[in-house]
Design a protein around this ligand. Structure first.
Ligand code: NAP
Length: 330
C-alpha cells in the first residue's frame, strides 16, 4: 500500500533548463512549486513570479535550510553538481540532479555515498528514460518482434558559436559536447546494448580543451556495435536508429515526431501519444512515485546505471584526451 502526498519542490539554479522544467512541473497536481534559489535574489524572485513558486532565495544555502523543501531539482553546470547535490543531501533533501550527473566517476561515487549516508533519494535527471518513444523502443527490443538488436546509430549535434566563457566551452564549467549532449547517444547505447567491450574515439577539441565534435564507435564481443556522435559545430537530425535482424526503428529527439518502424521491407510510422508539456514532468512524476514508496533510488534509473554511464564517459574522455583540470587531477 502506498500513500500519495504533495511534495514541495525547489529549483537550485535559475538558468535555461530550469525554466523548461518548472513549466512542466506545473502540470503535476501533487507537485507544489515551493521555492527557487539563485545566486541573485532578484533572479530568484523573477523566476518565482514567472512560474508561481511561493518563495525565492538569494543563496542556495538559505533554500536548503528551509525545512519545508522536500525535493530539490539541481540545474547548475555539471561541474557544480557534486557540490550542490551534497549540499542538498546533507540537509536531507531528495535530489533530482541534471545530467551529466557530475564530471567523473569519483564525483558520482561521492554523490551515491552521500545518498546512502543521509538516507536521501537521488536520481540523475535523464528525462529521455521516461520519454514514451524511447519506452516504445525498449518494448520492441524486449518483444523480439524484429529479431535481435544488432546496431545503434545515434547523434546529437547543434551549432553553438565558440565562446570560451560559456559553459559549453569553459572547462571550469564542464565544457564540451560529450558531457552536455554526447551523453544522450552514450546513454542510448548503454540502455539498449549494454556496456561496450571496446571503444574507438575521434574528437576535435576547441582552444579551451572542450570537445566540439566527437565520433564514437562502441564494439561488443557478440558482434554488436554502436555509432555515436555529438558536436557543437553543425546541426544534425538528432535521431536514434535501432537496427535489428529483421527490421529497423528510428526515433527523433523531437517528441511530436512519429516513430519510423520498418519490418522487412514494409515501412510504417507509429504515432506516440505524448502528454502535454515538454516531457520533463515525467521524470518529476517518477521521483514523487519513488518517494511515495520510500525508495532511495529509482528502479527505472538506478544509481548503478548512472555510475556505469559516467565510467563510460570517463573511458571516452581518456581516449579523446578531454581533461577537466579542476576535477580530474585532484
Ligand atoms: N535535460 C535537458 O534536456 C537539459 C537541457 C539543457 C541543459 N541541461 C543540463 O542542465 C544544466 C544547466 O544547463 P543550462 O543550459 O540550464 O545552463 P545555464 O542556462 O547556464 O544555467 C545554469 C545555472 O546555474 C547557476 N550557476 C551557479 N554557479 C554558476 C557558475 N559558476 N556559472 C554559471 N552558472 C552558474 C546559474 O543560476 P543562478 O544564477 O540562478 O544561481 C545559472 O543560471 C547542465 O548540467 C546541462 O547539462 C539539461
Amino acid at each position: 500500500m502506498t500513500t500519495k502526498k504533495t511534495y514541495n519542490w525547489a529549483v537550485l539554479g535559475c538558468g535555461k533548463i530550469a525554466k523548461k522544467f518548472a513549466s512542466d512541473l506545473k502540470l503535476l497536481e501533487n507537485a507544489n512549486l515551493y521555492a527557487t534559489a539563485s545566486r541573485s535574489l532578484q533572479k530568484a524572485e523573477e523566476f518565482s513570479n514567472e512560474f508561481g513558486f511561493e518563495k525565492a532565495y538569494g543563496t542556495y544555502e538559505e533554500m536548503v535550510n528551509d525545512p519545508k523543501v522536500d525535493i530539490v531539482y539541481i540545474a547548475t553546470p555539471h561541474s557544480l553538481h557534486l557540490e550542490h547535490s551534497l549540499l542538498c543531501m546533507n540537509h536531507k533533501k531528495a535530489v533530482l540532479c541534471e545530467k551529466a550527473f557530475a564530471i567523473n566517476e569519483k564525483e558520482v561515487s561521492q554523490m551515491i555515498a552521500s545518498s546512502k549516508e543521509n538516507n536521501t533519494f537521488l536520481m540523475e535527471a535523464f528525462w529521455t528514460r521516461f520519454n514514451p518513444a524511447f519506452l516504445k523502443v525498449l518494448e520492441i527490443i524486449q518483444s523480439n518482434e524484429l529479431g535481435a538488436l544488432k546496431h545503434v546509430k545515434c547523434d546529437f549535434k547543434f551549432f553553438a558559436p565558440f565562446n570560451p566563457e560559456h559553459r559549453l566551452f569553459n572547462m571550469d564549467l564542464g565544457g564540451g559536447s560529450l558531457l552536455d549532449i554526447g551523453i544522450y547517444p552514450v546513454f542510448t547505447a548503454l540502455m539498449t546494448l549494454g556496456l561496450p567491450n571496446e571503444i574507438q574515439v575521434e574528437a576535435e577539441l576547441a582552444k579551451t580543451g572542450a570537445d566540439e565534435n566527437i565520433e564514437m564507435l562502441f564494439k561488443y564481443t557478440n558482434g554488436n556495435s554502436a555509432n555515436l556522435a555529438s558536436g557543437l559545430k553543425c546541426n544534425a537530425f538528432n535521431a536514434s536508429e535501432f537496427l535489428f535482424e529483421h527490421g529497423a526503428v528510428r526515433i527523433f529527439r523531437e517528441l511530436d515526431q512519429p516513430l519510423l518502424y520498418k519490418k522487412g521491407y514494409e515501412l510504417t510510422s507509429i504515432n506516440i501519444e505524448n502528454s502535454p508539456g515538454l516531457g520533463y514532468q515525467l521524470e518529476a512524476k517518477h521521483v514523487m512515485e519513488c518517494l511515495d514508496k520510500n525508495l532511495l533510488e529509482s528502479p527505472m534509473l538506478p544509481l548503478s546505471f548512472s555510475l556505469d554511464l559516467i565510467k563510460t564517459l570517463d573511458r571516452i574522455r581518456k581516449k579523446a584526451n578531454i581533461v577537466y583540470p579542476n576535477h580530474d587531477k585532484q
